[in-house]
Design a protein around this ligand. Structure first.
Ligand SMILES: [Fe+2]
Ligand SMILES: [Fe+2]
Length: 222
């Protein structure tokens, strides 16, 4: 993590409970209504922009809107979990992962702009729902917290793979972004596993997968 990146969360780690909730709320507002900044260069930078035909452009924009929502949800989950995590190490782990998700969020937003589209209008709703889930997971204890990270990251990794297969072939800029995101998500899952994640009960994983399918169907359009 760069010095700047760690700065965004360093204060959060040292705060008391009330201030931590305030910082959490502020993170939420920036994620949903602000323009988060990436710490790393956009992986699409080396690829030239090509003009996509209208249906390819709309399809690519729909997929990138889904990915943007996925990153909004990741921020919400991690901040929600971090707000109630008991172990400072687990909290640090969650916030470090959240920082890389901020890069993803910024890259997806930039790509949506380039595709002359916009993020989901329902982002406040996606954020609120995911944050509540994150808090609930966090309250169950740190093993659950990390288990949630593993399940979320594995599901995101799988849908990124799906998107890489269905993106218009000529949309190399979106592709480059999704490739780096996929590598990052796999690493987030591996780290959480190594940090002592417990395996979530099947029904919980099933509900998460159902919720993400609903999100993808809606976010492709709205
Ligand atoms: Fe991500
Ligand atoms: Fe991730």
């Amino acid at each position: 993590m760069s010095e700047n990146a760690s700065h965004r969360h360093a204060d959060f780690r040292a705060l008391g409970p009330v201030d931590r909730w305030l910082a959490d709320a502020q993170n939420g507002l920036v994620t949903v209504f602000g323009r988060p900044h990436a710490e790393r260069a956009n992986p699409a930078d080396p690829e030239p922009e090509v003009v996509l035909d209208e249906s390819a452009r709309r399809h690519a924009a729909g997929l990138m809107r889904i990915n943007h929502v996925g990153e909004v949800c990741a921020q919400a989950l991690y901040f929600g979990q971090a707000a109630v995590a008991r172990d400072p190490e687990t909290r640090a782990h969650l916030l470090a992962a959240a920082q890389e998700e901020t890069d993803h969020l910024a890259w997806c937003a930039e790509r949506l702009d380039e595709l002359e589209s916009r993020p989901s209008l329902l982002n406040p709703l996606w954020y609120a729902g995911s944050h509540a889930i994150g808090v609930l997971a966090g309250l169950r204890g740190d093993g659950w917290n990390l288990g949630f990270v593993v399940e979320t990251e594995r599901q995101v990794e799988a849908h990124l793979q799906e998107h890489l297969e269905t993106l218009p072939a000529e949309d190399l800029r979106s592709r480059k972004i999704l490739q780096v995101m996929k590598e990052d998500e796999a690493r987030h899952a591996d780290h959480a596993e190594a940090a002592g994640a417990r395996i979530l009960p099947r029904p919980v994983a099933g509900v998460m997968s159902l919720a993400s399918r609903l999100m993808k169907t809606v976010a492709y359009r709205v």
